[in-house]
Design a protein around this ligand. Sequence first.
Ligand code: GUN
Length: 299
Amino acid sequence: MTTVVDGKEVAASVIGVVKTTTMALEKDTGVKPGLAVIIVGDDPASHTYVSSKSRMAKECGFTSIQHTLPAETTQGDLAALVETLNRDKTVHGILVQLPLPRPLESDPIIQSILPEKDVDGLHVVNAGKVATGDLDGGLVSCTPAGAMVFVRRTHGEDLSGLSAVVIGRSNLFGKPMAALLLAANATVTTAHSRTKDLAGVCRNADILVAAVGRPEMVKGDWVKPGATIIDVGINRVPAPEKGEGKSRLVGDVAFEECAEVASIITPVPGGVGPMTIAMLMANTVIAAYRKLGRTPPKF
Ligand code: GUN
């Protein structure tokens, strides 16, 4: 029997821990975790994401601040706002929604966030801590952190003897995901578009993670019987069966045929997606606990 992971349910359990640890922190110290989200310009999809993040932060009991800036904001103005938030003691986490509108450059802005407030885990200090296996000192970016919650709930903390294949080598996901699996003792292969015999490499995986952005690329005969599959892809494809001009979301994994071979599989939508916001909240609580000199909760 294949188990289809319910990402919403797992995300809700992470949010449950965020809420109880937030209440405990406030009771003991009088301090609420503070999350500041910055959005520049008027991209509708980005506004939708940011509204969900701000709403969830309030629901978790945080102080939630949203800075909505016009598309004409200068690099200097944005940098000055980050500097103000870096100095603000009530703010434990800062998130700058990406992509920024042209001609703003995101990298200098992201790198100017204090690493201990970088709840997106995108600062090179946090990326470096993940790369060196220092997982208790930094902040792990939200999507790989969320994917690892699924892996831990299936296989436990120690992946000794298991082989993991990550398809995709992006700085945002593939590289940190591979580093997290390695830190948990898996034997890890990072595969990508130049990998020879990708199907054969994937067939070796006890844990197969796909993050390539190619709709339904991973086929059923690429999957080792009994494997765990984590699908990080979100691709919109035409769905004429739903009506003219309609579309639907699919992952990087051909779900039906892979589900027949795997033991555990995450769906798209409803798998990794709901975990990303939950892990952002988790990172904000972790940042607040650390700032107050307390041992943060584990997720
Ligand atoms: N845009 C889309 N996803 C993300 C994310 O996880 N973090 C930020 N900062 N911007 C995004």
